[in-house]
Design a protein around this ligand. Sequence first.
Ligand code: NAD
Length: 374
Amino acid sequence: MKIGIPTETRSGETRVAATPETVKKLCASGAQVLIQAGAGQASQYLDDAYVAAGAQVVPNAADLYAQADVMLKVQAPASDERAHLRPGQVLVGMLNPFDAEGLSALAATGVTAFALEAAPRITRAQSLDVLSSQANIAGYKAVLLAANAYGRFMPMLMTAAGTVKAARVVVLGAGVAGLQAIATAKRLGAVVEASDVRPAAKEQIESLGAKFIDVPFETDEEREIAQGTGGYARPMPAAWMARQAGLVAERCKQADIVITTALIPGRPAPVLVSEDTVKAMKPGSVIVDLAVERGGNCPLSRPDEVVVAHGVTLIGYTNLPAMVGTDASALYARNVLDFLKLILDKEGALAIQREDEIVAACMVADANRVTRSA
Ligand code: NAD
């Protein structure tokens, strides 16, 4: 059984799907690991380290795809990468399970494909939860990017030259990324407040020392929808969204930095910071919109751009984990290794446990068919 690790081709991607640490474990289990020359270079994992871990270096992508039985990717393959895939080959990566067109194209290659983002949020799946491992990094990096773009200090400082006030940070959406953004901003000394639709988020926000922006429920229906499904948010009724928008506008006017992370699986991101709210913000404030790839929590943010609108800097980078490539790869590679335990046997041979809840949820294509409704 040969496992292949290609160089990621998407612009700006620094991550790699296996590290020398995970390669060593795969080799110890009896699998043969092939790595494309330079695949880990952008995240500081060099070919020599992979060779020392037991991998064989293959000079180019075409040779690698031709030899490997299982391909480990970070990003969903682009069309030129899909051209290398062949029927019966297994593909594991973050394959965008809500992208119907992309899944059809993948299925047409005949691969058996597993999208790790589709794993259920159950305790047993925590160690392979790529959404969590990467969102955690994005939340951390978002605060550092904001601090860098902000022309003032984050902590309160009392100096001989006078006192500097602490920055006020608002975090919208307190899932994995939002909670890490709160924790990081607190560590830097900011005063933090945060909002989430799920009632369970209140306690988590407060346990990190931030203030919960409370949008009260006025009907049982609102309260019921806010519970979400499977831990995820659902779209809230318009009346609740309007009340939230009012409160968010108030809080953003006072804020120096706003980090938005609100997402609803399979849907466009909810708009939480309107253009009027941006207009009312202080000049020099910063917004980092982590939802920009899904339409954005602010209509003024642009994917992979930094724009200044009404005196506010809006940061819209879509791939923050790639800016922390070494650790992002290390955590992602461990997620992948844990998933492989469900599709390889103890001798490292392919043995897909199709009836397993996690395997079934992640499988997006098999035998030329899309096996998941996007
Ligand atoms: P996500 O990335 O899908 O969304 C980010 C956050 O945006 C969520 O907290 C969501 O509630 C929030 N949101 C959506 N609409 C909003 C709105 N209008 N206003 C404010 N906030 C809004 O979420 P995620 O980070 O993937 O986490 C989703 C849930 O899964 C969380 O409850 C998290 O704790 C849970 N989780 C469970 C496990 C596990 O048990 N294995 C692992 C990871 C995460």
